[in-house]
Write a protein that binds this ligand. Structure first.
Ligand code: 5RP
Length: 262
């Protein structure tokens, strides 16, 4: 029996399904983090098991590494892989130039390193993540634990001279305790409303002592694949300007969603 997916999950699923078609045997693939990326890892695992697809994956989080391992994907470190053919990841926002805000799941540091070490980055998403201007989603900034309050104060001071609508900065929590990244760091979420100059913001944030990385991914994404709940998938290529539209059928073999839903 087919497991019923919500429209949001269907959108993520079809975006992931289109994305894994770009993966070929022999590739070294960066594996993103988040609920959309998790569909992609499961679908890649299915291709590995059923088609004998030969790939190695570099995971952007411990969570993704565990899922990929369970799916039968060989996971290696970035240092072992050195350079990747393709990274597929989700995003929290994307703009018309395919610049992104990422880090909603707290994996932005590894995600940016992995995406930057790839020939191509494909972002998979649903239509709700598309914005005219970045900034409605709180911008995650990873800081080291030592003196994080000083880093926060320095960021707040810096924001005064930047073109933003809001300036609220908060420490991300996980229940009662601070959220801790895979690298043992903290995340500050910057509620900016609208970022006037994201390139400038990305550069100046990384000048603040204690800041390790920020969630603005500028000029890194090559393609965005936008899934819809009715099975439509739009693939936009920033270099060629081409937009492809496909329709995926949900009448899949009985075991597909059941397998993927675990
Ligand atoms: C994790 C991320 C994710 O890609 C982003 O938060 C989107 O997640 P989801 O696919 O669950 O909406 O940047 O750090």
């Amino acid at each position: 029996m087919t497991t019923e997916l919500s429209p949001a999950d269907k959108a993520k699923f079809v975006a992931a399904k289109r994305a894994v078609e770009f993966v070929e045997s022999g590739m070294r693939v960066g594996l993103g983090t988040g609920s959309t990326a998790a569909w992609m890892v499961r679908l890649l695992g299915q291709r590995v098991r059923e088609e004998g697809l030969k790939i190695v994956g570099v995971a952007t989080s411990s969570q993704t590494a565990a899922l990929a391992g369970r799916e039968g994907i060989e996971v290696v470190s970035l240092d072992e892989a050195r350079w990747l053919d393709l990274t597929i990841d989700g995003a929290d926002e994307f703009d018309p130039d395919l610049n992104l805000i990422k880090g909603g799941g707290g994996a932005l540091l590894r995600e940016k390193i992995v995406a930057t070490a790839s020939d191509q980055m494909i972002v998979i998403t649903d239509a709700s993540k598309e914005v005219a201007h970045l900034g409605a989603f709180p911008l995650p900034v990873e800081v080291i634990p030592f003196g994080w309050q000083t880093s926060k104060a320095l960021i707040e001071e810096m924001l005064v001279s930047l073109d933003v609508m809001g300036r609220e900065v908060s420490l991300r929590m996980n229940g009662e305790a601070p959220f801790v990244t895979d690298e043992g760091n903290r995340i500050l979420d910057l509620r900016l409303g609208r970022i006037g100059n994201p390139h400038q913001m990305a550069m100046v944030l990384n000048q603040v002592p204690g800041v390790v990385e920020n969630g603005l991914f500028m000029d890194i994404c090559d393609r965005v694949i936008v899934g819809h709940g009715d099975g439509r998938v739009e693939t936009r290529d920033i270099h060629s300007g081409e937009v492809e539209t496909r329709l995926f059928d949900f009448e899949e073999p009985d075991n597909l969603f059941a397998d993927l839903g675990r």
